[in-house]
Each structure stands twice: as C-alpha cells, then as structure tokens.
Design a protein around this ligand. Structure first.
Ligand SMILES: Nc1nc2c(ncn2[C@@H]2O[C@H](COP(=O)(O)OP(=O)(O)O)[C@@H](O)[C@H]2O)c(=O)[nH]1
Ligand SMILES: Nc1ncnc2c1ncn2[C@@H]1O[C@H](COP(=O)(O)OP(=O)(O)O)[C@@H](O)[C@H]1O
Length: 214
C-alpha cells in the first residue's frame, strides 16, 4: 500500500502585537529562526533605521514621499501611522508566500491587525504580548538603548493605549520568562495549524486511510 502524501494545509497569518518593548521582535526572531514553515512579512516604514537593523530584512526603510507613492499605488495590504511614522505591509510578498502554503508572521500594531481581519479574517490568528509589569516594560525599553530618552518616554506614554486593545486578540501571552513565552507562542501556532478547517487535504487523506487498496 502506498503512503499518502502529506496533508495539504491552508497557510495562516500570525499577527503578533504588543506595546513597544514587551518583546515581540525577540519572540518573532526566535520563532522564525527555528521554524521553516513560517516567514516574516517585512514591513515598509518611514522611521529611522536603528543600529544593527538591515534594510530589506528588518524593514524596507523608505522616505515619506516614497511611502506615500507606494501607498497610492495600492502596494500595501494595510498601513498605519504609529509614533508619528508610517508603516505598511507590502502585498506582493504576502500573496506569493500564501500561494506556496507558507505561514506568515506579522509584527504589526492593532490598527494593522484590524485591517488584516477585514481582508483575510478566517486566516488571521492574533496574539497580544504583555510585559510582566510597567517597570519591566520601561527597563526593557531603556536596556535596548537604541532609542533616546525622549523616544522611550513617548513609547511608555503610548503603552496604555496599545495595551487597551488586548481584548481584540485571540490569545494573550505575558512575556516574563522568555523561554516560557516562546514555548507558548509555538503551542498556539501548532494548535492553529492542526485546526481541521485549515487541513484542506484531510478528505483525500482520510479516503486513503479508510478505502481498501491493492
Ligand atoms: N500597522 C502596522 N504596524 C506596524 C507595521 N510594522 C510595524 N508596525 C508596528 O509599529 C510599531 C513600532 O514598531 P517599531 O518602530 O519597529 O518599534 P517596536 O515597537 O520596538 O517594534 C509596533 O507596534 C509594530 O508592531 C506595519 O506594517 N503595519
Ligand atoms: N522575557 C524577557 N525578559 C527580559 N528581557 C526581555 C524579554 N523579552 C525581551 N526582552 C528584551 O527587551 C527589549 C525589548 O524587546 P523587543 O523584542 O525589541 O520588543 P518589541 O519588539 O516588542 O519592541 C530587548 O532588549 C529584549 O532583549
């Protein structure tokens, strides 16, 4: 009896949001570095590059004029203004990856998440990352040491309004211990991948299992 092919699965859009400094970039990088079936949606942004960031890998860094031009051409799946800078998700990469059946990770804010829900509702799985405390959030923003005191203060001031959107998300993780939070994020992804409705090749697989073969 021949072995059935692996069960085909519909790709999902994993949205991870948090107040700045809660750890979503750290968690995303860990996941992307060890799971070959998920890829990052690299956003376009008008914010200045931080030391260590790579253009095209962390973000596509654009001037405001270029961002506006691409936005008007309809190149973004969603876009939003955050902390006075513009951010947007380029459509093309997302569509190419979904066609290949690869899951896509989005590090975007609650405004972007709402727009993705409107456009791709059933395929969106959303996770909100909370810091263990306000003091820990501030300490992490300072420790990152890539932003000025003014930027840290601005991000702390924004944290409350960001956090107020937690209830719009499917899952919430408190990022206290990074290994624990990492395990929790992977558990969510694994369970969501196993949802019956996402396993589009299930009928063919079951037919193969229950029907007699020569
Ligand atoms: N809507 C939307 N938000 C984005 C996008 N890219 C990044 N963001 C959000 O913009 C905010 C600021 O991001 P960033 O400047 O990298 O600082 P971070 O908070 O330290 O990650 C974060 O909440 C990100 O999730 C995007 O393409 N669309
Ligand atoms: N669980 C954790 N415990 C301690 N520090 C952490 C934890 N998670 C992340 N950090 C640190 O906090 C800082 C902010 O994390 P980052 O992933 O850049 O946050 P965000 O992308 O949400 O702005 C980084 O210096 C990171 O190394």
């Amino acid at each position: 009896m021949s072995n059935p092919k692996p069960i085909e699965r519909r790709g999902l859009l994993l949205v991870v949001s948090s107040p700045s400094g809660a750890g979503k970039t750290t968690l995303s990088k860990r996941l992307l570095g060890s799971d070959p079936n998920i890829t990052l949606s690299v956003s376009a942004t008008t914010r200045p590059m931080r030391p260590g960031e790579i253009d095209g890998k962390d973000y596509h860094f654009l001037s405001v004029e270029e961002f506006r031009r691409r936005e008007q051409e309809g190149q973004f799946l969603e876009s939003a203004e955050v902390f006075g800078n513009f951010y947007g998700t380029p459509k093309e990469h997302v569509f190419n990856m979904l066609e290949e059946g690869t899951d896509i990770l989005f590090d975007i804010d609650w405004q972007g998440k709402q727009q993705l829900d409107e456009r791709a509702g059933g395929d969106v799985v959303s996770v909100f990352i909370l810091p263990p405390s306000r003091a820990a959030l501030e300490e992490r923003l300072r420790k990152r040491a890539q932003d000025s005191d003014e930027v840290v203060a601005q991000r702390m001031a924004m944290a409350d309004s960001e956090i107020s959107h937690y209830a719009e998300y499917d899952y919430v993780i408190v990022n206290d211990d990074i290994d624990k939070a990492d395990t929790q994020l992977r558990a969510i992804l694994m369970a969501e991948r196993l949802k019956r409705r996402r396993q589009t090749g299930l009928r063919a697989f079951v037919d193969h299992v229950i029907k007699p073969h020569d």
